[in-house]
Ligand binder design. Structure first.
Ligand code: HEM
Length: 255
């Protein structure tokens, strides 16, 4: 989840910081975003064929769909015609929910963007892919003296995370896959959540409410139901737009 403005999917996360403005991609929650060159390459190929037609926001939405499908997940038809935004502010990333967000905070963050509580459960399933750095779950496995270890974590899972991320860890790249099959788009994320092996506190928070717990159980039991729901929620999230132009270069607004 990278975009912070109400504008939604307007490619603002692709803009580079300038001498005067620190952009969204350099905001604290986005420091682990990388591989922007993939979008740059797609943009260069499209500009060579049809200049000024395909927006960076559309390229990003199509690339997200393809990454999911190529990892074994569902595919869907992405409506195109998004416009690229001209504003990208690191300060606005403070409105994104963090890895320690409570259920209420997550719900509010989704509702504020026109997304439902069901969308929250379904799109959190995006954590079937990828990696989290130790700092994103350190507090759960090394609580300070005032706190106990997070009781919702399975003790054996917590022990394996402590081996990857010891209290005195200095390796910046250390961390863990978000689920046990982090290169495959599948429903392992939900099955791990049910077993007390959800990595982030914000993942675990989906079990704290009876309604969301029931959705977790449904998707843990049926990968097909998860795939169908994921495609629908991605379409809903991708409808949020509001940009102004088709950028010539995804890293800079048009002059
Ligand atoms: C519900 C609110 C969400 C929170 C609090 C959240 C939080 C996080 C955090 C803390 C990380 C790890 C960052 C790091 O340590 O490097 C992460 C990674 C990731 N998130 Fe989320 N996220 C949320 C929603 C989403 C959504 C809606 C999607 C997509 C549908 C998504 C897809 C991903 C992916 C693919 C990664 C792995 C990135 C990588 O491997 O570099 N997340 N998320």
């Amino acid at each position: 989840m990278a975009a912070a403005r109400r504008q939604g999917c307007d490619g603002s996360v692709l803009l580079d910081s300038t001498a005067n403005v620190t952009a969204e991609k350099d905001g604290p929650p986005n420091v682990s975003l990388h591989a922007f060159y993939v979008i740059d390459n797609a943009k260069a190929a499209l500009e060579a064929l049809c200049p000024g037609v395909v927006s960076c926001a559309d390229i990003l939405a199509l690339a997200a769909r393809d990454a999911v499908a190529l990892s074994g997940g569902p595919s869907w038809v992405v409506p195109v015609g998004r416009r690229d935004g001209r504003v990208s502010l690191a300060a606005e990333t403070s409105t994104l929910p963090g890895p320690r967000a409570s259920f209420e905070q997550l719900k509010q963050a989704f509702h504020a963007r026109g997304l439902s509580t069901k969308d929250l459960v379904v799109l959190s399933g995006g954590h079937t892919l990828g990696f989290a750095h130790c700092s994103s779950f350190q507090a759960r496995i090394h609580p300070d003296k005032a706190q106990q270890q997070d009781p919702s974590l399975s003790p054996s899972f917590a022990a394996s995370l402590r081996r990857a991320c010891p209290a005195n860890n200095t390796a910046r790249a250390a961390g863990s896959g978000l689920d046990a099959t982090s290169a495959a788009f599948d429903n392992t994320y939900y099955r791990m959540l049910q077993g007390g092996r959800g990595l982030l506190a914000s993942d675990e928070a989906l079990l704290t409410h009876p309604k969301t717990r029931a959705w977790v159980a449904l998707y843990a039991a049926s990968q097909e139901a998860f795939f169908r729901a994921f495609a629908k929620s991605m379409l809903r999230m991708g409808e949020l737009n509001g940009g102004d132009e088709v950028r010539a270069n995804c890293r800079r607004v048009n002059q």
